[in-house]
Design a protein around this ligand. Structure first.
Ligand SMILES: [Zn+2]
Ligand SMILES: [Zn+2]
Length: 405
């Protein structure tokens, strides 16, 4: 063991992280290659505490462990850090939080060292064709529901026991280690994730694959010329997209938009089970997320025309989409304000102040009524008030009886 624990010494087996490999996947492969148990590797060589695997290690990597990995494998520390989910800061979110739920990250629902939720996804065909099978970081992102390489939906359960995917528990409770890396075997039932079943490799619709591919391009480049709001910073697009996702999942007024989109495809509306609001979407199974993403992609198309049409046809105005306390990027809020605002015109205090200055400068009478008259919004009589109203495209409440005398 000393050859491994000496600081600054290269390990005999030092496989590099593969393209887009998750930290946890790399750790499992390294431990297997060094012919030691994963738990021993993490505690005695990387210096991690014994409860390390009870958390989501791809979300909260230890800096000390990352530098030990860098020293032992001769992989630059920046590349080592890039295996964690937090490395997407600045592209997927403006700021990453190592604690608590994060938008777009699928939860694992840790239950001791085991998993209670289906947040770990994989592509069966990718694992099958890999020379050294490994789990990709993008399989932990909620908007990835299919494999762009194989055109099939991702799997989010063991093909045999249908439990959550656990690729890190293959050597738990075993006295002897297998020669092969256990990463493709379910830690609960020992079935191989690569085994084919009749329900496997379901083809994903091409439109959905194209949309998902553009999201991954934005994430990789940090910007995207064809996605609204992503011209400079991709995280602004993802922020707005997540707001649309939340609305499409909602049980409130915006569910009318979901109903309208589904009805165009001859499908009935449905309701989601009550789940914590913050990660309703991320906690869904892959098939449900695929359906939501497909609906949202229809709203993003030809931005903002399809979105505006869907909202207006469904009678959903801005007040139902804008929520208090939720910060929205300009690319989304500006279109909501411009196209979906359905209130009578109400001047801002700055507009009132500007009119007051104008009247004073020109020696005209300044009063509440005179300012209102200049702004054309109200007057002392209902007769003058009425013309200031505009036709409402989405009237609410009892019908006005404007014409009664
Ligand atoms: Zn694949
Ligand atoms: Zn299983």
């Amino acid at each position: 063991m000393s050859r491994l624990t000496n600081s600054g010494q290269l390990w005999l087996y030092r496989s590099k992280p593969q393209d887009d490999e998750l930290l946890s996947s790399w750790l499992v492969r390294l431990a297997s290659g060094l012919a030691i148990k994963l738990q021993t590797f993490c505690t005695q060589i990387l210096g991690l505490h014994s409860g390390y695997w009870t958390g989501d290690i791809d979300r909260h990597p230890s800096l000390l462990a990352l530098s030990r990995l860098s020293e032992g494998t001769a992989v630059p520390l920046d590349r080592v850090k890039a295996t964690s989910l937090g490395a997407l800061e600045g592209r997927l979110w403006e700021r990453y939080q190592s604690g608590g739920p994060m938008e777009w990250l699928t939860p694992l629902g840790s239950l001791g060292r085991r998993r209670a939720m289906h947040g770990q996804q994989y592509c069966r065909q990718c694992l099958e064709s890999d020379a050294q099978p490994y789990f990709r970081r993008r399989w932990r992102l909620a908007f990835n529901v299919a494999c762009e390489r194989h055109g099939a939906f991702l799997e989010d359960a063991c093909p045999h026991c249908h439990g959550p995917v656990e690729f890190h528990t293959g050597d738990f409770g075993r006295r002897l280690l297998d020669f092969d890396c256990p990463i493709t075997r379910c830690g609960a039932c020992n079935a191989d994730f690569r085994q084919w079943r009749s329900s496997a490799d379901r083809k994903a619709p091409s439109d959905l694959l194209i949309f998902q591919s553009s999201l991954n391009e934005a994430l990789q480049q940090g910007h995207h010329s064809r996605l609204p709001g992503a011209e400079s910073y991709s995280h602004l697009f993802f922020m707005g997209l997540r707001h649309l996702v939340r609305n499409v999942c909602s049980r409130g007024r915006f569910s009318r938009v979901r109903e309208w989109l589904l009805s165009r495809q001859g499908l009935l509306n449905f309701e989601f089970e009550e789940q914590p609001r913050w990660q309703k979407f991320e906690a869904l199974r892959v098939g449900d997320r695929a359906l939501i993403l497909d609906l949202v992609s229809q709203l993003i198309q030809d931005w903002p025309h399809a979105f505006v049409r869907a909202c207006q046809e469904s009678k959903v105005s801005s007040s139902y989409i804008l929520s208090y306390g939720a910060e929205l990027p300009f690319w989304l809020s500006s279109e909501i304000d411009w196209h979906l605002y359905d209130r009578d015109y109400a001047p801002t205090p700055a507009e009132r102040a500007a009119v007051e200055r104008y009247l004073l400068n020109h020696g005209l009478a300044v009063s509440r009524n005179s300012i209102n008259r200049w702004l054309g919004v109200a007057s002392v009589s209902k007769l003058l008030h009425a013309p200031a109203r505009r036709d409402r495209w989405n009237p609410r409440g009892a019908k006005r009886t404007r014409d009664h005398n």
